[in-house]
Design a protein around this ligand. Structure first.
Ligand code: C5P
Length: 233
């Protein structure tokens, strides 16, 4: 029996090495308005009334993890992530065995998205549970080019009906585990949960979310996140 009206657990993949960011410290531990980026993300999730607890996938023996056990009165659990984001998500979903039924929905949210808005999470859950699965996304607004190997533009791709996938993403735990496992078995490198679900024959609902829900990947993204969070006070 899915408990759609109960608060949901959220898996947070945080086992990335942040190699595109550069520098020694993994990007999720760099300070963002005075607190580590990861903590900013976790605080925002834990403060949300629709979220029951957090399962964080960390690198093995992560020396930077502050050892939090709860936030805003919600349990914070950890597990060891894997080599790719999808492996970390799968580890987090397995670690929820016995806590979250297969038929229950879970959220998955990137550690690197500290600016997610509470009203977007609430809308994602409202619409996503009814649809059987969903993700936050924004329609593509730029003109999209396809490049050749030398960096010359070969063609302009249509932007109609093209969206950028964000997180959180919301799926039933059992269906998402099965989808991620069959993608792994088929050697398909999935870059988000919705892609695994699409490969398994599902059609996740695209729920339009704020463009400010950026993924911090480069130092410029960090500056933008500082600005966005600073503006919120
Ligand atoms: O690398 P990318 O920016 O796509 O990572 C998105 C999220 O997935 C980040 O929060 C990162 O820490 C996480 N991740 C992970 N395990 C990996 C790779 C990335 O948990 N092996």
């Amino acid at each position: 029996m899915p408990s759609t009206d109960a608060a949901l657990w959220c898996v947070v993949p945080a086992a990335g090495r942040g190699t595109r960011f550069g520098g020694g410290m993994p990007k999720q531990y760099l300070p963002l308005v005075g607190r580590p980026l990861l903590l900013r993300t976790l605080e925002r999730l834990a403060a949300h009334p629709c979220i029951a607890g957090l399962m964080i996938a960390l690198t093995a023996g992560d020396p930077h993890w502050p050892g939090l056990a709860s936030l805003h009165g919600k349990p914070v659990l950890t597990c060891t992530g894997g080599g790719e984001r999808a492996d970390s998500v799968l580890a987090g979903l397995h670690a929820l065995d016995g806590k979250v039924e297969n038929d229950n929905f879970v959220l998955v949210h990137d550690a690197a998205r500290p600016c997610v808005r509470g009203d977007d999470i609430a809308r994602l859950i409202d619409l996503g549970v009814a649809a059987g699965g969903a993700l936050l996304a924004t329609p593509l607004r730029d003109t999209l080019k396809r490049a050749d190997a030398a960096g010359f533009s070969l063609a302009t791709e249509p932007r109609e009906a093209r969206w950028r996938a964000l997180t959180p993403q919301l799926f039933r735990r059992g269906e998402l585990v099965a989808a991620l496992e069959s993608a792994r078995a088929a050697g398909v490198a999935v870059t988000d949960e919705a892609m695994a679900m699409e490969c398994a024959g599902f059609k996740p609902l695209l729920v339009e979310g704020a463009e400010s829900n950026i993924k911090v990947t480069t130092p410029a993204d960090m500056m933008l996140a500082e600005f966005l969070l600073g503006r919120e006070g």
